[in-house]
Design a protein around this ligand. Sequence first.
Ligand code: ATP
Ligand code: MG
Length: 389
Amino acid sequence: MNCFSFLSCKQPHQVDELNEVTSGIQGVNFYSYKELRVATDDFSPVNKIGEGGFGPVYKAKLKNGNMAAIKVLSAKSHQGVREFLTEIQVISDIEHENLVKLYGCCAEGSHRILVYNYLENNSLAHCLLGEGHSSIQFNWGTRRRICTGVARGFAYLHEEVSPHIIHRDIKASNILLDRDLTPKISDFGLAKMIPPEATHVSTRVAGTIGYLAPEYAIRGQVTRKSDVYSYGVLLIEIVTGRSNRNTRLPPEEQFLLERTWQLYEKNELEALIDTSLNGDFDIEEACKFLKIGLLCTQDSLKLRPSMSTVVKMLTGETSINGSNITKPGLISDFMDINNKKPPKTKPDEVNDLYNFISSETENFDSSGLTSGQTTQATMTFTSLYDRSI
Ligand SMILES: Nc1ncnc2c1ncn2[C@@H]1O[C@H](COP(=O)(O)OP(=O)(O)OP(=O)(O)O)[C@@H](O)[C@H]1O
Ligand SMILES: [Mg+2]
């Protein structure tokens, strides 16, 4: 069967349209809906791995014997076939050791399905941050490899792919691990698949807000440096083994980034390093990684390093000794969540997200985001731009 054989079961006008569109698309594997149905045993719940903002994800066995993760984009995120395939082509062309490989897609009728390489060890959120049960021990060497690998993947997307790709949703659940615990970044290039009136980051707000750079959260200002901020939060999570927010801790310790800054100021960063390492780690290097996390999350975009510089800092090629670390940008500094009022310094161009957060916090208890509620929500940003800072 050739790549386009699924066209044969379509109406003539649909065949024409798909033929016209796909003839301009090279290097993309097309799967028939039927083939994917067989591969997932009719999208059996047994094969469902999880569900994110885009829709459900299934484990599948393809005809060639390869295991795949099949992401079925929900109806809300549907684009026209042309736009969809244009995005797919961009993602298909990208290959890097630290990026999840897209095998291909299905765009039959109203179906929009992505077929990815299957990663055996699920995500960092699942294995390291305790959302699931995992027997994997993340020793210091493994963590170093994960932090560096993820940074390399982002440096590639930001600086070597042309036009560069901003991820926009960096978080532990988007870092997948293969059999050897090599990290692979997932969901890059997907942001544009979501129409402006729908979601661009659809997620549990309380879980994701901790990764968002303030300028992104407040003004929708998307740049490579907003990705760098999110990477910084992730880096601190990997070293500490803690989620960016933990409601079981005393209030002053719940927000990981704030806590990291507090301990940095007291010269006590060591206290944050994951106790499950049982002291078996390079203290100097672990503290350096935490400082790099702080450098990445500084309020000023210009002060945040580029991802290729982050790689050099992690590997020791560039020293961080001369770097002055300034206070991280914290969303809580931009808005008084408890009073649900914008701060006096609130920028004029505050967008939907501010309204969104304000309206969501109405539902929270008096401790605001510390209520522990998880809220499925939709944010819409209209002003997306990269000033290439
Ligand atoms: N290529 C893959 N291999 C193995 N598991 C995967 C793969 N892609 C996704 N998953 C798993 O499927 C689940 C859902 O992933 P999905 O990306 O849809 O949601 P998410 O990352 O939790 O949230 P978001 O939609 O905001 O990215 C996650 O548990 C993830 O670990
Ligand atoms: Mg994901």
